[in-house]
Structures are given as structure tokens and as C-alpha cells.
Design a protein. Structure first.
Length: 140
């Protein structure tokens, strides 16, 4: 599992900037950020050096922040790569709460999945999916 920092933000001018500045002011390096929003609020999902420390700093600064375990899977960056992964999850009765993806320079993609269930990583490994370990996510 990979530790992901989640920050819940009011969808108002300056909130994302303040959250990111709080992390930067503590000299914590962010490696990736994904922002999902609605009209009233957003959720920033972040990979950073020390997510537990960042969550505490953000909470102390008045934000709602938490650290969530997610699964990161490296797949070929080609048509059908994501479909194969999601089909396997569906066939294995895995409930995907949310997901996001990004391509990386070695012609692969990293799919980040919040999956409810037991032994998710092992089931994926057994099916020959390439699980990205915690430390690897920051070297991508």
C-alpha cells in the first residue's frame, strides 16, 4: 500500500494555495497532486515525502486532512491497459471507491486505486500486476 495525503477543501479562492503553502513551508516535497471538486468543496489527493507529518500540519492549520492507504499499480501505457486492470478488479469482486491515473516516462502508467477489501495487493500480484511500493511512488 502507498500512503496518500487527502485534504478536504472548501471550493473557494485561495484554499488550495494555502494548503500547498502549508506543506511547502514545512519543507515537505509534493510529488503528485490530483484535485477532484464539486461546487462546494474539493478533495486534493497528494503524494508527498511525509504524509503523516503533512496531515498533522494541515490539521493544525485548520484543514481537514487524513492519510489513506491506496494501491498503486504500474501497467503498460497502451490502449486497454487500464481496462484489463479494472476488469480483473470487477471479476474479483473488488469495490473501487475511487481511482486516478498518470503516465510516466518509461511508457507505463500508474493507476492509483482506493479499493475496499482484504488481500487486495496480493490478489493483484497473484494476477501478475506490478504493484508500486511505497518508496517507489516518489521516484517516478
Amino acid at each position: 500500500m502507498v500512503s496518500q495525503l487527502s485534504i478536504f477543501l472548501q471550493n473557494e479562492k485561495g484554499h488550495l494555495s494555502k494548503a500547498v503553502s502549508t506543506i511547502a513551508d514545512a519543507n515537505i516535497n509534493m510529488h503528485a497532486l490530483y484535485l477532484a471538486d464539486t461546487q462546494d468543496f474539493g478533495v486534493a489527493r497528494v503524494f508527498c515525502d511525509t504524509p503523516d507529518v503533512a496531515a498533522k500540519l494541515l490539521t493544525d492549520a485548520g484543514f481537514k486532512a487524513s492519510v489513506t492507504p491506496v494501491v498503486a499499480v504500474r501497467i503498460p501505457n497502451e490502449p486497454g491497459g487500464l481496462a484489463r486492470l479494472l476488469r480483473f478488479c470487477d471479476d474479483s469482486d473488488m469495490n473501487i471507491e475511487y481511482a486516478y491515473c498518470f503516465a510516466v516516462k518509461d511508457e507505463s502508467a500508474i493507476d492509483v486505486l482506493k479499493i475496499n477489501g482484504e488481500d487486495v495487493e496480493q490478489k493483484l500480484r497473484d494476477a501478475n500486476f506490478d504493484i508500486v511500493e511505497h518508496g517507489e511512488i516518489y521516484a517516478i
